[in-house]
Write a protein that binds this ligand. Sequence first.
Ligand SMILES: [Zn+2]
Length: 139
Amino acid sequence: MIITLALNGVEYYRGDRMYRLRIESHFDAAHKLVGYKGKCSRVHGHRWKVEVFVLGEKLNSIGILVDFDVLKQILEKIVEKLDHSFLNDFKEIGNPTSENISKYIFKNLKGLPNSVKLQKVRVWESPEAWCEYSEGFTG
Ligand SMILES: [Zn+2]
């Protein structure tokens, strides 16, 4: 594993032997897009699917990178707050676009075990449309 710190302070994480884990959850919430010209400016709801991807290299003594349950508990803390809410009420999100929601979830995934790095958060607004947010990773 190689971690390079770029000039902008972002960690780039590369390795040729890595594991990637993914968990998913979902929440139901309403929103309206401020400044948007079209029907999405009206209050409406979605069933948002959230995927979290982590990367790591070292397994523990029984062959586990990170316990899926640990990741799920961290994600659920955020999802519980958002579930059955009006997303425009969350000032930290800003305008509740898929872009801003994925960044909000990424930034609030705190307390991940040291064995993994957060790669990206993908938020599905519908079965056909998603947005990813990452910092320093690609792929
Ligand atoms: Zn919408």
